[in-house]
Design a protein around this ligand. Structure first.
Ligand code: PSU
Ligand code: MN
Length: 305
């Protein structure tokens, strides 16, 4: 049973020791509409390469975890319908059934770690949903950050979530939440969530050092780096708040639950912002890819010393 296979670019990078950045695939299948999903996936890979690292987009295809998708596979995934959304709970069943599956932040962390990749770039992580005190809807991404040693570069947590509760759970789980270059926690489409970030670092080298320090201390789990969306692409929190409230109400009225909640909210906010949320999303993922590449390079540099 060969659970892990490498795309050709990743196989070459492993042979030459080039720095690798993992990328998730749920954003492709459940987070964005066709054809922007494929365009974005490609643009993010281009950013990683331009920054001097090698992209490894991760998904389950043809009965194996693929670390790095060659161009035809990336397009096949982006066009596919009925793709499973995989978290820690679903990964093995998807593989056993030989189905196609897209990895969330949690599943991408697991696969990246299996493949020896320490840094992962995405858009936003899952978190504690509003109303979680009754629904119990808390993303498995949070627990994964607590147990799998991968540094995840995201633009904070989506503003559709309950951000104060998300921070509380991350603190309970012992996950470092590190804002990059500012004191405030960014909120995905907006640079400022209105909340202070628990920790702050100002360089890729420091992020890499903190990653290695956790390992040296024997601390399980990864780190969450919250990288603010570039100023020119942001949608201010005040403009978004009423639209998020509306999408939330529609989700409740429509009985949307479990795995369907995040994709539903993203889709409704896309419609309510007339596509602006999507261009912001694309800009922030590319920005995260650049920082993740710098961290992957810095990790190699300080492992050499
Ligand atoms: N951010 C996006 N689009 C997405 C997601 C995040 O801009 O589609 C995905 C990520 O894969 C994240 C998942 O891990 O949503 C969280 O889903 P849930 O809340 O069901 O755990
Ligand atoms: Mn959920």
């Amino acid at each position: 049973m060969r659970a892990l296979t490498h795309g050709s670019e990743v196989a070459e990078a492993r042979a030459s020791g080039a720095p690798l950045v993992a990328l998730e695939s749920t954003i492709i299948t459940h987070g964005m509409p066709w054809p922007q999903n494929l365009e974005t996936a490609r643009a993010v890979e281009v950013e990683v390469r331009a920054a001097g690292a090698v992209p490894a987009t991760i998904a389950v295809m043809d009965g194996a975890i693929r670390i790095g998708l060659d161009a035809p596979d990336l397009e096949r995934l982006a066009r596919a319908e009925g793709v499973m959304k995989l978290s820690r709970a679903d990964l093995a069943v998807c593989l056993a059934q030989g189905r196609m599956g897209a990895t969330t932040v949690a599943a991408t962390m697991i696969c990246a770690h299996l493949a020896g990749i320490a840094v992962f770039a995405t858009g936003g992580i899952g978190g504690v949903h509003r109303g979680a005190e009754t629904s119990f809807d808390i993303s498995a991404d949070l627990q994964e950050l607590a147990r799998t040693p991968v540094t995840v570069v995201a633009a904070g947590a989506k503003a559709v979530l309950d951000l104060p509760k998300t921070l509380e759970v991350l603190e309970t789980l012992g996950v470092p939440v590190i804002a990059y270059g500012q004191d405030r926690l960014p909120a995905f489409w907006s640079r400022d969530s209105g909340l202070a970030a628990p920790l702050r670092l100002d360089s890729a080298a420091d992020i890499a050092r903190a990653h290695r320090m956790r390992a040296a201390l024997g601390l399980a789990g990864g780190q969450l780096v919250a990288n603010p969306i570039p100023a020119e692409a942001e949608i201010p929190a005040e403009a978004l708040a009423p639209l998020i409230a509306q999408a939330q109400q529609e989700a409740e009225a429509g009985g949307i639950a479990a795995k369907a909640v995040t994709p539903y909210l993203l889709d409704r906010i896309f419609a309510l912002t007339e596509g602006r949320s999507l261009s912001a999303n694309i800009a922030l993922v590319r920005n995260n890819a650049r920082l993740a590449a710098a961290v992957a390079i810095a990790l190699q540099d300080n492992s050499a010393t």
